[in-house]
Ligand binder design. Structure first.
Ligand code: SF4
Ligand code: SF4
Length: 136
């Protein structure tokens, strides 16, 4: 029989009227425990610590790359332009203290479109990944 994953609400967010605006949940299954951020990024930040900004390959459109607005390079594997990463693997524009994007108002389209849980093919982050990054 297929094991049914156990879903736990870690945190719930509400607006002033008491309506639920988002949740952080964890889902435990055969492949481990996953943390899902079905909420606004600012609400998620204390737990997710902007892990998405350390994902490999923040690709730019050709127009964005040519604009001169971004510190970027051509990825030798894909031949596509992407934002520069620093030695710690994070995007060069990530404020390491606050975990906020230092160019938020002009961040590239891929960053505007991305959310790690909502509408994504992936389902948040594996718990071990989050714990490792927190302790890094
Ligand atoms: S997309 Fe996900 S990991 Fe990135 S800031 Fe938002 S909640 Fe955090
Ligand atoms: S530009 Fe901003 S939102 Fe995009 S990866 Fe870099 S720090 Fe994150």
């Amino acid at each position: 029989m297929k094991k049914i994953p156990r879903i736990t609400v870690v945190q719930e967010f509400k607006d002033e009227a008491g309506e639920v605006t988002g949740q952080i949940t964890s889902q435990s299954g055969a492949d481990g425990t996953w943390v899902q951020f079905d909420c606004n990024c600012l609400d998620a930040l204390p737990i997710c610590r902007s892990q998405c900004c350390s994902l490999k390959g923040t690709f730019l459109t050709e127009a964005e790359a040519q604009s001169g607005e971004y510190d970027c390079f051509t990825d030798p594997e894909t031949g596509l332009p992407q934002l520069r990463r620093d030695a710690d693997g994070a995007c060069t524009y990530l404020d390491r203290e606050t975990k906020l994007c230092s160019i938020y108002d002009r961040r590239p389209g891929v960053c505007k479109a991305f959310h790690c849980t909502r509408g994504a093919a992936v389902r948040g982050w594996k718990l071990a990944n989050i714990v490792e990054r927190h302790s890094a």
